[in-house]
Design a protein around this ligand. Structure first.
Ligand SMILES: [Fe+2]
Length: 294
């Protein structure tokens, strides 16, 4: 199927998925915003991103002057992991979003942030989606992790198990969006939400406020999170190759095994946590094992 045909095929889900309309959608100002964002990020990313993310960005060779075309990103990704990029109309419902991911189609925001809001975005925009996600999607284990977590979430949605949705979405969130990894003793970024936000990069890797805890999947899946703010706790992989094991998980089954375990509120330290950095906001540290499910 040609890319043009694919775009046509995805104009569905009640208008939530849309064509990028690259030629007509973007003004010179939009392209200039993209150029400014990507150029200003590169120096910071070189110091703070994990090497795998940097190599992925090198391989995907994003245009630094103009907003990339989704069709070009699809062509690149189809050669590595077979992903396709589609346009999305704003913030789309979970069921549609995860149905697309389960089928290796990434719905991307078509609109780009303004330079005023370039430091941190509550909702994903085009810069977040392209700069944050496409490079890592070049890797089979990241492709598989995104697909397998999406499948788990969909299964839970279809069974009406919102409690399990939250657990699997936490695994997705604390890896693919706000994931950190140790690299030669330093804390580096691989998650897309952090990687596309200068403010959150500095907060997660330099600031003493958040807790940094060694990644443990069961612990992560029990953790509450807030998509609209900086995290009180980040989870750190010992090595980026741990994503390969994570990608093999049956997330639905894993969440089911944890169904009777209480959720841990943001910022809470659990007795079994391997602490890398105890956050400086002491009001966040609540004694363990007694936290009610929320
Ligand atoms: Fe994202």
């Amino acid at each position: 199927m040609t890319i043009a045909k694919q775009e046509e095929h995805h104009l569905d889900h009640d208008g939530m998925l849309i064509a990028q309309d690259w030629a007509t959608r973007y003004s010179e100002t939009s392209h200039a915003t993209w150029a400014s964002l990507i150029n200003s990020m590169q120096e910071l990313s070189a110091k703070t991103s994990c090497s795998k993310l940097l190599q992925g960005q090198e391989a995907i060779r994003l245009d630094t002057k103009h907003i990339p075309k989704f069709s070009d990103l699809t062509a690149q990704l189809s050669r590595s992991t077979g992903w396709e990029v589609t346009g999305a109309h704003g913030f789309i419902p979970n069921e549609i979003f995860f149905t697309e991911l389960a089928n290796k189609r990434f719905p991307m925001a078509c609109e780009i942030r303004s330079l005023d809001g370039s430091q941190f975005q509550e909702y994903p925009d085009l810069f977040h989606d392209i700069y944050g996600h496409t490079a890592m999607l070049m890797y089979p284990e990241v492709s598989k992790l995104m697909q397998s977590s999406a499948r788990g979430i969909l299964k839970a949605i279809k069974m009406g198990r919102q409690d399990l949705v939250k657990k699997i979405a936490a695994a997705y969130w604390f890896t693919l969006e706000v994931g950190l990894v140790k690299e030669r003793g330093n804390i580096k970024v691989y998650g897309a939400a952090v990687a596309s936000s200068p403010k959150e990069i500095m907060f997660a890797t330099e600031d003493k406020t958040p807790n940094l805890i060694r990644f443990d999947l069961d612990r992560v899946m029990r953790t509450d999170y807030n998509m609209l703010d900086l995290q009180r706790t980040y989870f750190v992989l010992e090595d980026i190759t741990e994503l390969e094991d994570l990608a093999q998980q049956d997330f639905f089954e894993r969440a089911l095994r944890l169904e009777n375990m209480p959720t841990l509120a943001q910022g809470v330290i659990d007795a079994s946590d391997e602490i890398i950095q105890l956050g400086s906001d002491r009001s966040l540290v609540i004694p363990t094992n007694t936290v009610e499910a929320i």
